[in-house]
Design a protein around this ligand. Structure first.
Ligand SMILES: Cc1ncc(COP(=O)(O)O)c(C=O)c1O
Ligand SMILES: [Zn+2]
Length: 415
């Protein structure tokens, strides 16, 4: 079905230059700042009813008109989005907060939040006629890029730090990617990769940090959360951050809903990082105008270890402040405790994706989160993504039984 589109182009967040919707863009060609997609929300609001949208199949493409695609007949999808949204009384009690919800993007096709955005960039690659998808990644973006390239019948090339969790690398290779492991930490690789793309030496479609189409997919978090709550908005949404754009776009999504009059307020946004690599949280705490690079230390939350988030980090800082939210850094013990706590609720989440639960606990304890709040913890990746860390948390019994009598004996012992 052909639907009317409302995407009208991009505005540069730096020099405010405006660009038409059909241009193949990364950063602003004039000043190299980030671009932000613009929509005719007034017309969309007049022509599309929020309850009619709710009757469509769930997922990222329920919101096609609010995404920057021009040809909705050629969408590259694996059924991303529409992920579980679960209230947890147990975690609310453990964290000391009135109402706690989990938004689990572990249920996405490749097991992480990245599918929300890569579905959009893969669709754009098809629209623009590219043959190869590429990205630099701490692992999740790589496996997602590889999967969507496979789905679209395209090639993929992904650059990852050499110590990226093996399941993430295996997934990328499994889907047919050329995986290039690079010495150095993620921000160093990101700088080299962006330089490579900007040099024009390769004709790959960049699904990395400069792609303004891709990020728009992340705002569907806001739409799904608001819709699942019956268009009620929680007091606070906590999101794990590396560069921070997922948080920025979630915030944008809530603001679009408010502009449409579909919700009457927006949440506070709390950005969560591992204390061992927390440049955005540091900038927020010190009230700095911009994010400064930090020395990277290794952390269980390896997907969040962007020591120098650059322009993305500045935007994230801006969104946190505009929302009246906060930045929270959690230490290694708190992160692994949160992974365990989620397990007690039936969810297996990778450490990078579980930091939000750790942050609610910490926030309530230090007084920055009010116990009377309703909070949403976005959980951004499956425990299978970083399975070695799950193996560290458990002991698989070494004893093996044989025969029915032994089984009965065991059963009676357990009771
Ligand atoms: C599991 C997980 N959570 C959160 C993020 C953070 O995303 P962003 O760079 O948009 O802050 C990532 C990014 O790699 C991730 O893999
Ligand atoms: Zn510009």
């Amino acid at each position: 079905m052909r639907r009317p589109m409302y995407f009208t182009g991009f505005d540069c967040l730096g020099c405010r230059a405006a660009y038409p919707p059909d241009q193949d863009l990364l950063l602003c060609p004039k000043c190299h700042d980030l671009l932000e997609a613009r929509y005719d929300l007034a017309r969309f609001g007049r022509e599309v009813d929020r309850d009619a949208l709710a009757r469509r199949p769930s997922g990222v493409w329920r919101w096609t008109e609010l995404l920057p695609v021009l040809d909705p007949t050629r969408i590259v999808t694996l059924g991303e989005g529409g992920t579980p949204f679960l209230r947890s009384e147990r975690l609310a009690r453990a964290c000391g907060v009135r109402e706690l919800w989990l938004k689990s993007d572990a249920a996405n096709p490749t097991g992480s939040l990245k599918d929300r955005s890569i579905t959009v960039s893969a669709t754009k690659a098809v629209e623009f006629g590219y043959g190869v998808l590429a990205c630099d990644s701490t692992g999740n973006k790589a496996s997602s890029t590889a999967a969507y390239a496979a789905r679209a019948g395209l090639q993929s090339v992904v650059f990852c730090p050499k110590d990226t969790p093996r399941p993430k690398m295996a997934q990328a290779v499994f889907f047919g990617a050329r995986l290039i492991r690079v010495d150095g930490h993620y921000s160093q690789i990101n700088a080299m990769y962006r330089r490579l793309i900007a040099s024009g030496r390769v004709k790959w479609y960049d699904c990395g940090t400069d792609n303004p189409f891709r990020y728009e997919g992340k705002k569907t978090y806001a739409y799904e959360i608001a819709q699942d709550l019956g268009w009620r908005v929680p007091d606070r949404v906590l999101h794990p951050a590396a560069g921070g754009m997922s948080l920025v776009k979630t915030w944008k999504g809530f603001n679009e809903l408010r502009a449409l009059g579909w919700v009457d307020r927006v949440p506070k946004m709390t950005l969560v990082q591992a204390a061992r690599c927390a440049p955005i949280v540091e900038a927020w705490k010190q009230d700095l105008p911009r994010v400064a690079a930090v020395e990277k230390q290794s952390t269980a939350a390896s997907a969040l270890a962007a020591a120098d988030p650059g322009l993305l980090g500045d935007r994230a800082l801006h969104s946190v402040r505009a929302s009246g939210g906060s930045g929270i850094a959690v230490d290694e013990t708190e992160i692994l405790d949160a992974v365990r706590l989620l397990g007690q609720d039936g969810l297996m989440i990778e450490p990078s994706g579980a930091v939000t639960v750790a942050a609610v606990r910490r926030g309530v304890r230090d007084g920055s989160i009010d116990p009377g709040e309703s909070v949403v913890c976005v959980l951004t990746g499956s425990g299978f993504k970083d399975f070695d860390q799950i193996l560290e948390l458990v002991e698989i019994p070494s004893q093996v039984i044989a025969g029915y009598d032994a089984m009965v004996a065991e059963a009676e012992r357990i009771g």
